[in-house]
Structures are given as structure tokens and as C-alpha cells.
Ligand binder design. Structure first.
Ligand code: BGC
Length: 753
């Protein structure tokens, strides 16, 4: 058996080498025919400006540029017909007929929009997440695309940063598992399959840690922190074979990522052995001028020397590289390398074999199908996190009379969430529509808006940049409130749907105050005052500081922005067809003043002691979050046995097994995410208080028990030490297993020399 496997592996790697040799020969041949201008043209990625331009410039004279070989790829061109038009220009009008590649920000689905990535990450279900990428790739390729600017894997611990919505939260281990699942889902087993796309992991690197949570701001992270807490998800994507990497806007050690040789060449290419294509972010080459690194020619030269292959939108490469070559600021080898990487990406996607592989007007019927919508509904419900549920306020019986209240209760325009560039909000299902389909009788649902998302015209205006998301009602806030309170009084239960407009998070949507807007807080308090049970459904693109609204709520279901099937999925959870099982992938702060607050914080030399003034604490709020990482309730209960270890010590070459028995001790079937944390009790650099190192999501029938086992070996004990060596140091370790980072059964073992 082993021998057959070995032979298969040798055969397979032999095949790969043969394929690579074939590709290299093809590209060498092609490049030998290319002029300098044609090579530089391949490095140019443009957008004609449909879709959502996120920078201040869009490309001009697109047709002229394509026809004269000045374009390597495009994004923001969606739909087989349009893509065909552009591809025709490249293939029929350029001298060497080099096909274009077509990208898009397919972030959480293409047209069938899934929940925002932060929501999806709360499912902790990597098989499901991989499936979401498979479905998205199928739909994107049916629309002419072959390259997606996803996954976004930036570890983020500051919920003021609006782009936390696009990632997988605060933890590098969970983030790495999700990055792997996404890349494998998008790329499948063959990049040239007409239903797979080239993935692009972004934003390399550390974009998730801007100072003050303000987007595009400077990042300053020391090396051990960087390696121990931030880099793992990018590395996981590279190890999973991601075809491309997008650089980030921020600087690292003072050098913007896009022009950072240490980052792109030493780390990514040399140490991680990445052999795909590196693309800049939107005008991030040009923005190095604002970073004060020099003029456009200088920063473009710096970027290509640093290892950047493709320049998104800004055309610094197109307009200055020849001059830099003439002036010997760069070498032909720099341009050849970058050009080869772009051509390789096209080759791998099968575009030289067939430039029209992904352009098939007959595949329209694969877009927005019922089965894709069903999938979106299912994954949406898996992303919900039940933060609180007093006295089984949820689920609600279908015969109960519901006062459905809130600015997001009868809303479609915010369901998709941020970064749904190809999604049509009007195709989404509102909560009202979802509930009406499932209630025993439509007369059970009475609706009132109750409040605006915000009464602040400036905030509303900023939320409305891509269309009306936060409409300010003509009625006075008092009149709206009064109507809501009146229907609440004559109901059995209030379901109030509040939160952020979709564009209150996402790119360039940082907030310094992450409580619910005052209009909604007022509404909630007025509803609490009626004495009716109030179920709060919260939609947002980030963790919110909910301290001022949590006590009065009977239940809180956090649904993020749940995508095209939001309303149906929420009705599934509210009425109990689905039992929530999501777990937070990012802590919910008690107050924004604590930020960053995350479970893996270090213990400090003066650990928190309420009786000791000189210990680490705030005078006015607790140290811990309001809802911790890993938290999430269910309509049933789970109990955990003590942790059993197969041995109390191990060597670096050995392993032990940690096990717990989990019992569904409630009355409903449900899923629990069993989480494994490791505490390094003594080490040469200060450790996080604990770190997630494993998880398993299990389904248990009411009354059922199952033993869950985790293997612990040196790989989960290793960290980057002060000498930047990846080591496991002998000594004592704690093992914690439970259903939340804050509720663990623990045991101890020793790693011996
Ligand atoms: C974003 C990227 C995105 C790109 C292209 C940029 O502003 O930072 O995440 O892929 O625009 O739309």
C-alpha cells in the first residue's frame, strides 16, 4: 500500500515537473517575441470604472490600451458578453494575441451573496466555508471571470476598523484554517477547470492592524508579534497553493508593503516559496508618493525591484518603467520576472489554450439558481451567533403575535453587507418577508420602523455612497417611536431588528464609536420599558459595543449582514427550524475604550487583581470583553466532562491526546464547536494568555454524548522566539477545552527535553 502511494506521489510530482517545464518553455518562447512595451503592458491591471471604484482614479481609454497591448488584465468587467468584447480586443487586435485575465472582488459570493466573511467565519465550519468558495467560483466563472480578489485573511483585533467585516476575525489559527478552505474551494484541483478561479490572498501584510482602527493608517508591529499573531493565515493560503497575492496599503517597518523587498521577496518568495503572481492593491504603488517615498517613477521602480509583478489601476509601471530601465534604476530581469509571473497565471488558468474558456453565455443559468440561494440561506443561518437567550425567549412559536420593529426589519438594501460588488440588494429577502412566510398567520406580524438607522445626516450620507442604505424618515423620531411602542404593547413578543447599515463597515468605514447609533438605543429602551419580551436581532459588519442595550434584551441574535437570503435564514433561526451554532470569531468589547480587546492578550507583569490598585485594569470598565471569542449559545445546552490526557508529559518528537466528552443535555438537537486552547506556562518571550490550537464542530442529538479527541504535538506548541526561530520550549503547558474561550475545562502536561 505504502509503496503504491509512494509510486503515485513520485509519478504525480514527475507530472508536475513536466507540466512546469512545458509552461516555462511556452512562456520563454512567447517572451522572446515580446517587445519591452509589450512586457510592461502585461503588468498593467485596469478597471473601466463600472463596479465600485475604491480609489480616486479609474482607467481611461481602455479600448485603445487593450488594442495596443498595454493591458494584462481587467477587473470590474462582469458578464460573459462584456468580457468577450474585451477578450476579443486582446486576442484579435494585439500583435501577440495574449489573452487578458478578468478579476473581481468576489468576497462573499458573486451574485448569490452569502453572509459577510466575518459572519461566515463564525460558523467555524471549514467544509462549509470551502463549499461557499466552490459555489462562488462556479457563479463567477459563469459570469466570465477567472480571478477573484479573495480570500481576505487580515487578522484584526480592532473593531473600529471597518474591514473586519471582510476577514475571519482576531485569531491566526482559525484564520489560517479558513484561508486554506477558501483557497482550496476557489481553485479546486485544477486552475484551468472552467469552474475554478485563481484566488488572490490579501492584503499582504498586516493590513488588519492600522493604528487607531482607521483605514489605510500606518501599522507598527514587532517581528515576533507579526510572526506569532498575524502572518499564519497568509502563509496557510500560500501553502494551499494560492495563485496570487495582493499587497496591502500599509507600511511595515516604515516601508509600504507594495514596495517592501523584505516582505515580497525575502519572506514571501524566498522563505515561503511562493511562486505565483504578486499584484498591488488599488493604486497602492502611486500611494507610496503620499507615503513620501519619492515620485511616481521612483516608487514604481522600488515596487518592481521589491518583487511586485502587477500594478493595479495606477499605471505607474506602464508610464515609468521604461524610463527607469533606461536610467538603470531597474533591470530587464526585473521586468522579465514580473511579466513571466503574469503570463504564468494566465497559462495556469488555461487562457493560452483557450482565451474564451470562462466566457460562455450559456452558463447564465448557473447564476442565482435556487440551489445557490438555498446554500446561501443555509450558510447564513450557520453564521448567526446567539449572544443571549434568557428563559428560552428564542425560538418563537409560529402562533405568537410578533411586533416586528426596527430600521432593518423591513429592509432589503442592507442585507447583502459590504463588498457585494455584483450583488443586487433588491433580490434579497427582508426579515419581514422571511417571517411572513413562516408565521402561522400573517396577522401575527405587525410592523413599525420605530427609528432610523441613524438620525445623523452626516453618518447617513456616508453610508449612502453606493445607494440608499440609511434613509432618514420624514416622520419625527418621536412619532416613529410611539408607533413602535403601541404595536409592541399589543404583541406577545417584540422582535427588533437593529444594527449598522451595510456601508457603515467595510473599506474606508472606520468608526470611533461602535455602539448602536443613538436613535436605535432609544428605540430599544422604549421597547424594554413595555415589559414585553424583546428579542433583539442585530446586523452589523463588525463587533459592536452592546453594553448599553444588553441588559433589557430577552435574547440577542447577532446575524451580521447575512446575504441574499438573510430574511429567510433569520426566520429559520427565530422560529427554531435552525438551532444557532455560530461562535464569535472576534471579541465584542465592553466599551470601545478597551480596544484592542481579544482573548489571547498577554497576562502582564501585574495581572488583574480587583484588590490591588497597582494591577492592570481600568477604573471604569472590566478588562474583559462583553462577549468573548468563541462564545455563542444554542437552543440546547452542552456539558463538558473533565479533560483527559493520554499522558502527563511528552517529548518534542511525541504527542499526547486530549479528550473530553461532550453531552447535549438539553431537549433539542444542536451543534457545538469544541475548542482547544493551549497555555504556555513558561517561555522565553511573553506568551498570549492562551491560544486556539484546534476545534471540531460536532452535531449532537438531544441527550447524545460524544468523546472528542485532539492530538497535541510539538507543532501546536511552537512559536517564534526572540531569535526568530520557530521552537517549542520544554516546560509546563495548560490545555483548555470548551465551548468558549472563557469557559474551559483544563489539564496540565509537561514538554520534556
Ligand atoms: C481594496 C481591495 C480590492 C481592490 C479592488 C481596494 O481598494 O483594498 O481589497 O480588491 O480595491 O477592488
Amino acid at each position: 500500500m505504502k509503496k503504491t502511494l509512494l509510486i503515485a506521489a513520485v509519478f504525480f510530482s514527475g507530472q508536475l515537473i513536466a507540466q512546469d517545464a512545458k509552461m516555462n518553455a511556452f512562456i520563454t518562447g512567447l517572451m522572446s517575441k515580446m517587445t519591452l512595451e509589450e512586457k510592461i503592458g502585461q503588468l498593467n491591471l485596469i478597471t473601466p470604472g463600472s463596479g465600485i471604484p475604491t480609489g480616486s482614479v479609474v482607467s481611461t481609454d481602455v479600448e485603445g490600451k487593450i488594442k495596443s497591448g498595454k493591458v494584462g488584465g481587467m477587473f470590474g468587467v462582469i458578464g460573459a458578453e462584456k468580457v468577450r468584447q474585451a477578450q476579443d480586443m486582446a486576442v484579435n487586435s494585439t500583435r501577440l494575441k495574449i489573452p487578458l485575465m478578468f478579476g473581481s472582488d468576489v468576497i462573499h459570493g458573486h451574485k448569490t451573496i452569502f453572509p459577510i466573511p466575518l459572519g461566515i467565519s463564525c460558523s467555524w465550519d471549514t467544509a462549509l466555508i470551502r463549499q461557499s468558495a466552490i459555489v462562488a467560483a462556479e457563479e463567477a466563472t459563469a459570469d466570465g471571470l477567472n480571478w477573484v480578489f479573495s480570500p481576505m485573511v487580515d487578522v484584526a483585533r480592532d473593531p473600529r476598523w471597518g474591514r473586519v467585516s471582510e476577514g475571519s476575525g482576531e485569531d491566526p489559527f482559525l484564520g489560517a484554517q479558513i484561508a486554506t478552505a477558501m483557497v482550496k474551494g476557489y481553485q479546486g484541483t485544477s486552475l484551468s477547470d472552467k469552474k475554478t478561479v485563481l484566488a488572490c490572498v490579501k492584503h499582504f501584510a498586516l493590513y488588519g492592524a492600522p493604528e487607531g482602527g482607521r483605514d489605510y493608517n500606518s501599522v507598527d508591529i514587532n517581528r515576533t508579534r507579526m510572526f506569532n499573531d498575524y502572518l499564519a493565515p497568509y502563509k496557510a493560503a500560500v501553502d494551499a497553493g494560492v495563485a496570487s497575492v495582493m499587497t496591502s496599503f500599509n507600511d511595515i517597518d516604515g516601508v509600504p508593503a507594495t514596495g517592501n523587498k523584505w516582505l515580497l521577496t525575502d519572506l514571501l518568495r524566498r522563505d515561503w516559496k511562493f511562486n505565483g503572481m504578486i499584484v498591488s492593491d488599488y493604486t497602492s504603488v502611486n500611494e507610496m508618493v503620499n507615503h513620501r517615498l519619492g515620485n511616481l517613477q521612483e516608487v514604481s521602480a522600488q515596487s518592481i525591484r521589491a518583487g511586485l509583478d502587477m500594478d493595479m489601476v495606477g499605471e505607474g509601471f506602464l508610464t515609468t518603467l521604461k524610463k527607469s530601465l533606461d536610467e538603470k534604476k531597474i533591470t530587464l530581469a526585473d521586468i522579465d520576472r514580473a511579466c513571466r509571473k503574469v503570463l504564468e497565471a494566465k497559462y495556469k488558468a488555461g487562457l493560452f489554450e483557450d482565451p474564451y474558456r470562462y466566457i460562455d453565455e450559456n452558463r447564465k443559468n448557473e447564476i442565482l439558481t435556487q440551489s445557490k440561494r438555498d446554500f446561501a440561506r443555509m450558510i447564513a443561518a450557520q453564521s448567526f451567533v446567539l449572544l443571549k437567550n434568557n428563559a428560552n425567549a428564542l425560538p418563537i412559536k409560529k402562533t405568537q403575535r410578533i411586533a416586528l420593529v426596527g430600521p432593518l426589519a423591513n429592509d432589503r438594501s442592507n442585507m447583502l453587507g459590504t463588498w457585494a460588488v455584483s450583488g443586487d440588494p433588491q433580490l434579497s429577502v427582508s426579515v419581514m418577508e422571511g417571517l411572513l412566510k413562516q408565521t402561522a398567520s400573517p396577522v401575527n406580524i405587525a410592523y413599525a420602523k420605530g427609528a432610523n438607522i441613524t438620525d445623523d445626516p452626516s453618518l447617513a450620507k456616508q453610508a449612502n455612497v453606493f445607494g440608499m442604505r440609511a434613509e432618514i424618515d420624514e416622520r419625527t423620531p418621536a412619532a416613529m417611536l410611539e408607533e413602535a411602542v403601541a404595536i409592541a404593547r399589543s404583541s406577545d413578543v417584540v422582535v427588533v431588528v437593529v444594527g449598522e447599515a451595510s456601508e457603515m463597515s467595510g473599506e474606508a468605514a472606520s468608526r470611533s464609536d461602535i455602539t448602536l447609533p443613538a436613535s436605535q438605543v432609544r428605540l430599544l429602551h422604549a421597547l424594554y420599558a413595555t415589559g414585553k419580551p424583546v428579542v433583539v436581532v442585530i446586523m452589523s459588519g463588525r463587533p459592536l459595543a452592546l453594553t448599553n442595550i444588553v441588559d433589557g434584551a430577552s435574547a440577542i441574535l447577532h446575524t451580521w449582514h447575512a446575504g441574499i437570503e438573510a430574511g429567510n435564514a433569520i426566520a429559520d433561526a427565530v422560529y427554531g427550524a435552525v438551532n444557532p451554532s455560530g461562535k464569535l470569531s472576534m471579541s465584542f468589547p465592553y466599551s470601545v475604550g478597551q480596544v484592542p480587546v481579544y482573548y489571547a492578550q498577554k497576562t502582564t507583569g501585574r495581572p488583574m487583581d480587583p484588590n490591588n490598585k497597582f494591577s492592570t485594569k481600568y477604573m471604569d470598565v472590566p478588562n474583559g470583553p462583553l462577549f468573548p471569542f468563541g462564545h455563542g449559545l444554542s437552543y440546547t445546552q452542552f456539558t463538558f466532562s473533565d479533560v483527559q490526557l493520554s499522558a502527563s508529559s511528552m517529548t518534542a518528537a511525541g504527542a499526547i491526546t486530549a479528550s473530553v466528552t461532550v453531552t447535549n443535555s438539553g431537549f433539542r438537537d444542536g451543534a457545538e464547536v469544541v475548542q482547544l486552547y493551549i497555555e504556555d506556562k513558561v517561555r522565553s518571550i511573553t506568551p498570549p494568555s492562551k491560544e486556539l490550537k484546534g476545534f471540531q464542530k460536532i452535531m449532537l442529538k438531544a441527550g447524545e454524548s460524544r468523546t472528542v479527541r485532539f492530538t497535541i504535538d510539538a507543532s501546536v506548541l511552537k512559536f517564534w522566539n526572540a531569535d526568530m526561530k520557530f521552537v517549542a520550549e520544554p516546560g509546563a503547558f495548560g490545555v483548555g477545552i470548551g465551548g468558549s474561550s472563557a469557559d474551559l475545562k483544563t489539564a496540565l502536561f509537561t514538554l520534556t527535553k
